[in-house]
Every structure is written in C-alpha cells, then in structure tokens.
Design a binder for this molecule. Structure first.
Ligand code: PEP
Length: 264
C-alpha cells in the first residue's frame, strides 16, 4: 500500500488546514517537551510568527532512555497544547506512546507522532491506523528503509493513508553528531513511496549549529516537511535543550528556507 506505483501522483496529508506533500515546504516547530504555560507562551509566539510554519510540535509524553529523566507533563501537557492551538490557530502534532492513550490523545492532537523508539510497536501502529487521524511515523534509529516502509504499511493496512514518513537519523559509528541523518533515505523514500517525507534535523544532529544546513540539505533532497525544536531558553529546557534553536536562530532558518524555496 505504501509503494509509489499505488499512487504515482503522491499522497497529500491534511493536518488541520495544513497540506503536507502538495509541493510546498511545511514546517512544524515547537519545543521538544511541553514544560509549562510560560514556556509554551514564549515558544509559540516565536513559532506562530514564523512565516511558513504550519503546525506546532510538542511532546507531552516523552519516552526517555533513562527512567529518571523528565518524561513529560502527560495529560496536563496536552491541555497546554490545546491552549496553544487556541492562541495560535496552529494544528498540534504530539507523540502517543501507548495503545491505551490513543483515544484520549486523539481528542486533542491534530496528528499523532510515533517516535523512533516505537516505530515497530505494531499494536500502536494498528491502533493509530484505525483512528484515521494523520500520523508522523519516525524512523527507528536502528531500522532500515524497508523496515520503515513496512511499519507504515501497518497504518495503511488499518485503513489510514494519512501517513508522513520522518527521517530522524540512524545510529552509526559517528559520534560527532547525536545520530547520522540518512539524507539518501529522504530521496529513496520519495522514489519508493507515495507518502510525504519529513526530516527532523534537531533530533538527528543534536547540534543547533547544524539544524539550518541540514534543513537546507533535506529540502534539496526532496523533503516535504521539517520538524524543528525551538525553545526560548534552551539552557533551561527539561528535555534535549542542547539541540533546540533559539527564537533568533529559528527566524534566521525560516529566512534561509524561504530564499531556497523561492530560489532567491
Ligand atoms: C521527538 O521528536 O520528540 C522525539 C523524541 O524524537 P525521536 O522519537 O525521533 O527520538
């Protein structure tokens, strides 16, 4: 169901008023984790002002490597995301981590995110598939392109073709970056599948100075969308602050993207 031949013209995914895969670049931005109302207010004013931003990202449920790390505000984080949508009019993209949460998360989220660590949680894939709600499926960092397409197949087989594939870096011997963004996978996924492709330069590089160049490379490789971490005070972030762009860096990136897309 995911193969390009099934729909040669490509699939357009609708998240609220946003259309992903229609030929225009779609940017989703926001904090890695929702932390407080003050933090959300600071970040959404930046993001909402960014020309070209079509959606707000933010994690309320955070799967973390350490059981002692911040795991998100959970349901109260979703309430803050709902408030942010009311303030900005931007649709909400947020991670769902558990089959038991799907129905309740769907009451607030405009699109589900399936994180890298859950890409092969097949029950979760089936469950989000059955909702018909758009899904951003992040590539597992130890998974191949074929395995990524196979995971997407579970969602489509459940009757939901509103799937965006997200390249977010894979694990290699290189430790200068957090993960290694597989740029060839972006072009390959576009050739092999009709589904739109998103790139996450924040989680893949882990370095704010690489977010802009890698974003530009992703667009050149054919990405339909970008997922960017933004935080007003990255040094105080409770989750992955090291990779977040400050508001000034985010505005600069949006300017450079505009020049690239417009060919200026
Ligand atoms: C995220 O985008 O919030 C996230 C945790 O990313 P990943 O699942 O790719 O690690």
């Amino acid at each position: 169901l995911t193969r390009r031949e099934v729909r040669p013209e490509g699939t357009v995914v609708s998240i609220g008023p946003a259309r992903i895969g229609d030929g225009r670049l779609a940017v989703f931005a926001g904090p890695c984790a929702v932390e407080s109302r003050e933090q959300m207010d600071a970040v959404v004013s930046t993001v909402a002002a960014g020309n070209g931003v079509v959606g707000l990202r933010g994690g309320a449920f955070k799967p973390r490597t350490s059981p002692y790390a911040f795991h998100g505000l959970k349901w109260s984080g979703l309430d803050l995301l709902q408030e942010a949508r009311e303030k900005t009019g931007l649709p909400i993209l947020t991670e769902v981590v558990d089959t038991r949460h799907v129905e309740r998360v769907a009451e607030i989220a405009d699109a589900f995110q399936i994180g890298a660590r859950n890409m092969q949680n097949f029950e979760l894939l089936r469950e989000v598939g059955e909702t018909g709600r758009p899904v951003v499926l992040k590539r597992g960092f130890g998974c191949t392109v074929d395995e990524t397409l196979s995971a997407a197949e579970y969602i489509l087989a459940a009757g939901n073709d509103q799937v965006i594939l997200c390249e977010r870096g894979i694990r290699t011997f290189e430790h200068a970056t957090r993960f290694t963004l597989d740029i060839s996978a972006v072009a390959l996924l576009k050739q092999r599948s009709h589904l739109p492709v998103m790139v996450d330069p924040s989680h893949s590089t882990g370095l704010p100075n690489l977010v802009a160049p890698v974003s530009l490379a992703a667009v050149a490789a054919g990405a339909d969308a970008l997922l960017i971490d933004v935080h007003a005070q990255p040094e105080q972030a409770l989750c992955d602050g090291a990779q977040a762009l400050r508001p000034s860096g985010f505005h600069e990136l949006m300017g450079r993207l505009e020049m690239l897309v417009l060919g200026l």
